[in-house]
Design a protein around this ligand. Structure first.
Ligand code: ADP
Ligand code: MG
Length: 229
């Protein structure tokens, strides 16, 4: 519980920071990018400086991406709730991710339920969570692997599982996964799981991870079912 308190304190601090500064950073950044693009155009295509511009521009994009996730964290997260069949949300996400799966030769296996699983959720936010989890699995797998997505429900809640056969997560790092800025990737923001955790908590659910180093990882998203009236 204490760890959870620390976590939410951290999130609150980050939220304030983000709200206060992200927009302020974004504007000068946009103008920097514009002028760099102008400069870039002045150099003939065979000049070696072109490579520097490419790096500068892609690094600027990265900063923008970090700010975007920062803003997601700071936004009032009052979800826009609708009744929806979780199977449908998963179907949509599958369509979005299937070209990536193909590209990396990852077998994206789906086990949806026959019966509808109705939850009251913000569809865009829940999609974001599923995409984050699938993207992380793909990044962990790299090339050639398997990701199984399954869903089941009892009369109270449903559980969506994402099981990959990637490298898994060492025990000491598994504890830090949901902390802001924790990443093991050179290009990572370390915010994907933080944002996902917060979204699911706001929906009255939970995200859990089961993993062993060398044996893949399973992320479990638990969501309450909609009340029948
Ligand atoms: P990012 O993807 O930007 O690194 P995330 O918050 O999405 O940030 O993930 C944090 C870290 O959790 C990742 O850098 C990675 O080390 C670890 N991780 C997440 N999902 C998996 C997975 N399926 N298999 C192995 N490691 C994972
Ligand atoms: Mg991620």
């Amino acid at each position: 519980l204490e760890a959870q308190m620390r976590q939410s304190e951290k999130l609150a601090v980050i939220g304030e920071l983000a709200a206060g500064t992200a927009h302020e950073i974004r504007n000068p950044l946009t103008s920097v990018k514009g002028f760099i693009q102008l400069l870039d155009q002045k150099y003939p295509s065979e000049s070696p400086e072109k490579a520097y511009f490419r790096i500068i521009l892609s690094e600027l994009d990265r900063v923008n991406e970090i700010i975007r996730e920062f803003l997601l964290l700071s936004k009032p997260t009052e979800p826009n709730l609708r009744l929806i069949d979780i199977n449908n949300v998963l179907e949509d996400v599958k369509t979005l991710m299937s070209s990536d799966a193909l590209l990396h030769n990852i077998n994206l296996e789906y086990h949806l339920s026959q019966a509808p699983i109705v939850c009251e959720v913000d569809v865009e936010q829940i999609k974001q969570v599923f995409i984050n989890l699938i993207r992380n699995a793909f990044e962990a797998i790299g090339l050639n692997g398997r990701l199984a997505v399954s869903v089941r429900a009892d009369n109270r809640q449903c559980e969506i599982r994402f099981t990959d056969n990637g490298p898994g997560i060492p025990t000491d790092t598994a504890a830090k996964l949901f902390e802001p800025f924790f990443t093991t990737k050179p290009e990572g923001t370390g915010l994907g799981l933080t944002v996902s955790y917060r979204i699911i908590q706001n929906h009255g659910g939970n995200i859990l991870v089961d993993t062993r180093e060398g044996e893949g990882a399973t992320f479990r998203v638990i969501l309450p079912l909609a009340m029948k009236s």
